[in-house]
Design a protein around this ligand. Structure first.
Ligand SMILES: [Zn+2]
Length: 228
């Protein structure tokens, strides 16, 4: 069969435009320009959709409102010199309780909501037959650099969250510091949670990364991609 390549190329160029302009209707899950719906399982477009939220507060709120997260809007500010907080919210609770509410860039909050619904809770149900009821965290915003470097941490813009452990519905506690190195179901669960976090967050670092992360999972939405 003879293929007329210029026509094939032209179709490939027009197809995205047709979707963007709404000339062709595709499911929102398959439309890169449709708002991110947290209830839908992540797919190949999720990373792109999360990236778009960074500069578009309105789009980000739409995504947030598709989740069960309860949050309070936070005005843009610079709490400390060189650490501006923009397009951010205070996350009060979700399907789980938090050890305390936390400040989060809107896209970090959306990534967290995706992680909880499609990664954390399914892993807890598989491992323990019950959901997580509470997430213990060590904070999100801190105006500081990474370790001893000159580079600003993602925490400096509330774009990172450190999770120390979980409490199940029956009160059982699972802690990164205590259970990571073990061989029990808790250790397996924590590894599954770390792997699942890699699907939602740009960076996921745990005890296997370095000693500074021996007691928590660092989750952030920075530029880099790292999963350790
Ligand atoms: Zn951290």
């Amino acid at each position: 069969m003879r293929v007329f390549w210029p026509l094939v190329l032209l179709s490939l160029m027009i197809a995205p435009l047709a979707v963007q302009q709404g000339w062709v209707q595709v499911s929102p899950r398959l439309n890169p320009w449709a708002p991110l719906d947290v209830r839908q399982p992540p797919n190949l477009l999720t990373g792109y959709k999360l990236m778009r939220l960074q500069r578009d507060p309105e789009l980000c709120r739409l995504a947030l409102d598709s989740s069960v997260l309860r949050y309070t809007a936070v005005a843009d500010s610079e709490p400390a010199a060189g650490c501006a907080v923009q397009n951010s919210v205070r996350v009060d609770r979700s399907a789980v309780q938090f050890s305390s509410s936390f400040l989060a860039s809107c896209r970090l909050a959306v990534a967290y909501a995706l992680f909880e619904e499609h990664g954390l809770q399914p892993a807890a149900r598989r491992a323990f037959g019950q959901p997580v009821a509470r997430v213990d965290h060590l904070g999100s915003f801190a105006c500081r650099n990474i370790g001893n470097s000159q580079r600003r941490s993602q925490h400096a813009t509330a774009n990172a969250l450190d999770i120390a452990g979980f409490r199940l519905q029956d009160g059982r506690r699972i802690s990164v510091a205590r259970h990571w190195a073990g061989k029990g179901p808790e250790a397996l669960f924590l590894r599954e949670v770390r792997d699942a976090a890699c699907d939602s967050f740009r960076v996921t670092l745990g005890p296997e990364y370095n000693a500074a992360h021996r007691d928590h999972l660092h989750l952030d939405m920075g530029l880099f991609r790292l999963c350790r």
